[in-house]
Design a protein around this ligand. Structure first.
Ligand SMILES: [Fe+2]
Ligand SMILES: [Fe+2]
Length: 307
């Protein structure tokens, strides 16, 4: 049995606060204002440390589905990298970028994401990756019965827009990855920040969804089973992504550091078991308990019947 722990949306803040000259006059100022108004109380570093330690203790692999930093600040990147390096000493880590990790065009240009997180992006099929600036994606890790396939959907956007985009080049590379015999004989576990199943009106999807969701679905149409793990919505839910020959389970994790009275949102991680035969043997979730120091079992909202 391969055990995969799924954490998301860590939104690691700089321990030394923000440098004003780096946030004035760009999109970060709106993100920082949002944090000050609403979020500073709700992202709890001690929750995140508990979540990461407990996830590492229970799993063979840890996958992080984006928004690892909050404003793509260098100090946030360094703090996040230190946290992930710490758990990677015992449990392998794989990451994908979220919109908060590619917050500005300059972050993409200067390749900040891959510069900091390349230790978590060593692909077994590097020849099939495309040289996207966020990093060389798809990043593939063949591990026992599973093929982890990490995708980059984060692109810089203007203020108040956080929509994702995979692009034709990356989706063509994904199809080549899925056709590779070492991938085809395993259960695919796709990692993406933006939700791959989104039935909201088009305007909302253009604001904060995956804008090429339909093209993504076409790229995975040949898969009869597998997982698509995502984040971005800061809540646990499970949906079905129908394909031509079967269906994929699309499952999100809550934020890794969020303090919230609502159980669907409170910090936690999901844990998936993939049997040696490739079957998805278990899906469960854990969240921080009322004391804030231990973890308890959590529910994943079941939206598989949703239209
Ligand atoms: Fe997020
Ligand atoms: Fe996000």
């Amino acid at each position: 049995m391969l055990r995969i722990a799924h954490v998301s949306d860590l939104h690691v803040l700089s321990p030394a606060g923000v440098e004003w000259r780096r946030i004035l006059f760009n999109k970060r100022i709106t993100g920082h204002a949002h944090l000050v108004m609403r979020r500073s109380r709700v992202y709890r570093r001690e929750f995140l440390l508990t979540v990461l330690a407990q996830a590492a203790a229970r799993a063979d692999q840890i996958v992080v589905t984006g928004d690892i930093t909050n404003l793509s600040l260098e100090r946030e990147y360094r703090a996040a990298r230190a946290l992930l390096e710490d758990i990677a000493r015992t449990t392998e880590v794989t990451v994908v970028p979220g919109n908060h990790d590619i917050y500005l065009p300059a972050i993409l240009r200067e390749r900040d994401f891959v510069r900091h997180f390349h230790p978590f992006l060593r692909s077994d099929l590097p020849e099939l990756a495309r040289n996207l600036q966020a990093g060389r994606y798809p990043c593939v890790k063949l591990r026992g019965p599973a093929a982890l396939i990490a995708l980059a959907s984060a692109v810089p956007r203007p203020p108040f827009v956080s929509a994702g985009f995979l692009g034709g080049e990356q989706l063509a590379a994904l199809q080549a990855v899925l056709a590779h015999p070492e991938v085809a004989r395993r259960t695919p576990v796709l990692l993406i920040h933006h939700p791959p199943v989104d039935h909201r009106p088009r305007l909302l999807r253009l604001r904060d969804g995956l804008t090429d969701e339909a093209a993504f679905r076409r790229s995975v149409a040949g898969l009869a089973r597998g997982l698509v793990l995502y984040g971005h919505i800061h809540a646990r839910e499970r949906r079905t992504l129908p394909t031509a020959t079967g269906a994929l389970d699309a499952i999100s994790a809550s934020g890794g550091a969020l303090e919230d009275p609502r159980a669907a949102i409170r910090a936690g991680f999901n844990l998936y078991g993939i049997g040696d035969d490739g079957a998805i043997a278990s899906v469960e979730a854990w969240m921080i308990d009322e004391s804030g120091r231990a973890m308890m079992r959590a529910a994943i909202a079941d939206r598989r019947q949703s239209p």
